[in-house]
Design a protein around this ligand. Structure first.
Ligand SMILES: Nc1ncnc2c1ncn2[C@@H]1O[C@H](COP(=O)(O)OP(=O)(O)OP(=O)(O)O)[C@@H](O)[C@H]1O
Ligand SMILES: Nc1ncnc2c1ncn2[C@@H]1O[C@H](COP(=O)(O)OP(=O)(O)OP(=O)(O)O)[C@@H](O)[C@H]1O
Ligand SMILES: [Mg+2]
Ligand SMILES: [Mg+2]
Lengths: 228, 228
């Protein structure tokens, strides 16, 4: 359960005279097992919100509770544990390590902690995104869409309970986009994984049960699809 | 005029035992002032073809002529001149320098050669893509869509005669996508700039006069829209 109350994120530029208000008084609850899409114009605060939800960044004001516990009061160990075991993050720009192969990039999250069968898990994740035949390629030896899919495999390899995906299909053709969306839907419907996807594409948002729209750092709409 | 004949691009992996045939016998002519879209599945060779057209890479086999002159026989100076003055390139991953501001990144192509009013030209290019208020931000202080728009401004700032844009709107919302496509259409229709856009989105391809589709390194279709 994710609970965000009155969260504001302010970036101070240069000598502090310029303030960019990336998020402005955002409140939002997300329950376990929900599938939420976050939409909004470029610069509206979507990635900033995702970074806070994924504990990669902290609010300037407001509170953020995960499973009832305030993130501000968590120890570094607890935060690291959330980032590494509870949440899987697909970044808007893939953030792969350039000197490692696709396989090694997908194995990387499992280098700490006890993870039996690391290579097998990583290979399986790459098969899931149709990259079995590219696992020995480094990022510069992969197409844009292939790099994005490696990022998706890496986010899924530890079977997280929350998947945060920031524009996961932006560089993908129709057929790969459909496959990735099917994988994500299955993880949500069959495994009960909570999914939060940032997208500016209607057909990606159409797969979610609920669509939240940001504008200039505010939530301007929050629509739940009528359940079949 | 761009003339590509039987171009093949082979990447050799590791000890040379694995060959990736990224392009396989591609032939294609593009005339001055055309507006061409290149589509195809992820990994089909689109970015590889663009890099060869933009003189950022060389074919393994086949020939490439620009304005009647074979690229293989050009001096390094002539190649550098084409890359810096004739062609503007929007990369699939933005490739901005992380320690420079948006403004400095857009000015960068003008640091060599005589370019009067560099700052003014760069500011104008950033206004064109709605980023006047973000020109002092560095790439990490910009959203994904904003980074992509800086890349577009940088490609346009020298008013090139050929614009090569590899998925220029992948990270952009609908309104910014429309604006960028309008800018590109104007440059083509009013200024006669030759435009080659790689895209996997139908509505982006719809703006072009001609759509070329790649599959596994081959051209499988080349359709010219009936002229109104
Ligand atoms: N340096 C390299 N070494 C080995 N293989 C490579 C290299 N660069 C690209 N490839 C391979 O060549 C093929 C074509 O890559 P390319 O980047 O041209 O595809 P693309 O059509 O642009 O795909 P996308 O839509 O995903 O961006 C891919 O299968 C890729 O794995
Ligand atoms: N480190 C930073 N310093 C200053 N401003 C920042 C910083 N990071 C982001 N911003 C600004 O905060 C605003 C929100 O950025 P964010 O990345 O959350 O947008 P977004 O909704 O993800 O956009 P896109 O759809 O283009 O990816 C933008 O206007 C951006 O310029
Ligand atoms: Mg973003
Ligand atoms: Mg590509």
């Amino acid at each position: 359960v994710i609970q965000i109350r009155d969260v504001t994120k302010i970036y101070e530029m240069g000598d502090g005279t310029i303030q960019v208000r990336a998020l402005d008084g955002v409140s939002l609850d997300i329950s376990d097992g929900e599938y939420v899409a976050i939409m909004g114009a470029s610069g509206s605060g979507k990635s900033t919100l995702m970074n806070i939800i994924g504990c990669l960044d902290v609010p300037t004001e407001g509170t953020y509770h995960i499973d009832g516990q305030a993130v501000e009061s968590m120890s570094n160990d607890r935060l690291a544990d959330i980032r590494s075991r509870k949440v899987g993050f697909v970044f808007q720009t893939h953030n792969l390590l350039p000197r490692l192969t696709a396989l090694a990039n997908v194995e990387l999250p499992m280098m700490y902690g006890r993870w039996p069968n690391r290579r097998t898990r990583a290979e399986h994740a790459l098969e899931l995104v149709n990259l079995a035949d590219r696992m020995d390629h480094r990022p510069t030896e992969l197409s844009g869409g292939q790099q994005q899919r490696v990022g998706i495999a890496r986010a899924l390899v530890k079977e997280p309970s929350v998947l945060l995906a920031d524009e996961p299909t932006g560089n993908l053709d129709t057929s790969n986009t459909t496959e990735i969306l099917n994988i994500i839907s299955d993880l949500n419907h069959q495994n009960g994984i909570t999914v939060i996807v940032v997208t500016h594409e209607r057909d990606v948002a159409a797969r979610a049960d609920r669509v939240i729209t940001l504008s200039d750092g505010h939530i301007i709409s929050d629509e739940t699809r009528p359940q079949a």
